[in-house]
Design a protein around this ligand. Structure first.
Ligand code: FES
Ligand code: FES
Length: 195
């Protein structure tokens, strides 16, 4: 009995809410759509040609797509890892024109004319980059998930000359997190290559 009267009351309330919404003037609805579109621009797909690992890739991409998503989802270059997707872990580090950047914070639409290097482009054919070799020799990884980002950052760290002390290496590698705690091996790898 109680359940029936609740259902009737609920039904009447629901009907009145729906009625109230339908009474919102169309001008207010149009204004709402306009404001929404201002803050959340509608999807726009554009053609892009991006040089990645010395090879041009022509794709169609959402103007809002990040380099990380284009690499992984569209080009299947899955060596670059997605950790936080918010610029906080370094797993997605790649090089653009030789500088390290976080691909999760980089729009693909900004890259035509630039050269992107990912972990897949670091080795010279079958010969590993010295930093990749050092990571193997110094146990610079455990599960390996953070490793591509660590290696890309480590290569840049050496190139930037931030290798004068363990403290300096740690500071300039602090944007790359390793949940396995392979930090000692990572620092050792960098020291080995920096000599
Ligand atoms: S995935 Fe880009 S910084 Fe974490
Ligand atoms: S090696 Fe596992 S997260 Fe770094």
């Amino acid at each position: 009995m109680e359940k029936q009267s609740f259902s009737r009351r609920f039904f009447l309330k629901s009907v009145s809410v729906v009625g109230a919404v339908s009474l919102i003037p169309s001008k207010v609805k149009a204004l709402y759509e306009e404001v929404k579109n201002y803050f959340v621009p509608p999807k726009e797909v554009i053609p892009l040609t991006i040089n990645i690992n010395k090879k041009p890739y022509t794709i169609s991409a959402d103007t809002r797509a990040t380099l990380l998503d284009v690499l992984r989802e569209q080009l299947h270059l899955t060596g670059t890892k997605k950790g936080c997707d918010h610029g906080q872990c370094g797993a997605c580090t790649v090089h653009i024109d030789g500088e390290r950047v976080l691909s999760c914070l980089t729009l693909a639409a900004m890259l035509p004319g630039k050269n992107v290097t990912t972990i897949e482009g670091l080795a010279d054919g079958d010969t590993l980059h010295p930093m990749q070799q050092a990571f193997i020799e110094c146990d610079g990884f455990q599960c390996g998930y953070c490793t591509p980002g660590q290696i890309m950052s480590a290569v840049a760290c050496v190139k930037e000359g931030h290798t004068k002390s363990v403290a300096e290496i740690k500071e300039f590698m602090s944007g790359n997190l390793c949940r396995c705690g392979a930090y000692n091996g990572i620092v050792e790898s960098i020291q080995k290559v920096a000599i």
